[in-house]
Unconditional design. Sequence first.
Lengths: 128, 100
Amino acid sequence: MYVNRRAPHGTIYALEGLEVVLIGAAFDQDVCMVFIGDGVFQLKKGQDTSDSDIKNFSPTYRALGDYDVNRLYVERESLEDRGLAGGDLMELTWEDEDDDWNEKPSIQLVSRQELSDLMEAQDVILNF
Amino acid sequence: MLHTVNKSPFETNSLETCLGLAKSGSDILLIEDGVYAATVGTTVSVRIEETMKSSRVYALAPDLKARGIRPDQVIVGVQLVGYDGFVELSVTNETVQCWL
């Protein structure tokens, strides 16, 4: 489980974290991602860095589904504290090969309590 | 005095410390991750609204755009500026304090 807690452009954490997830997934690790605190801003839709001369890596999150990273847990409390709701996030999907390649949403909104239980069930947890 | 804040208000107390010490009539410019403080409906938006009663609050538009924050998601009264506006604020104020 990769826990993402930083906003996307102010520091390098979000980009580096995403790269580590993609590398891990390429080696067939069974991974999921969590977005809490300012990490929820990573998934905000409509990011456009064309006026600020920095790399816009937000489209890269769309590749996660192709690497079988299809469990992206977003903490509902973190969204609410930041004036956001599920509709403010990018629409990320994956294709389920066991279900005729149907496209399914990757992002799941979870409560802090649910997230706490999910973390307890993990073998390895890495924070970015 | 111009105050610039570049950290998210949800991650550090930079904004809170700045607003606590800034005199009435200050210019407060939110840049980089600081622009998240300019958005509506957050745990700090009331604090920004209070500040605007006595000071001017600005947010750097390219940094809002990079973070997917549309102008209609910005608190009414927060003035959007570009890099030229940033320069203008820097030279019109006697001193600049960067709350890193």
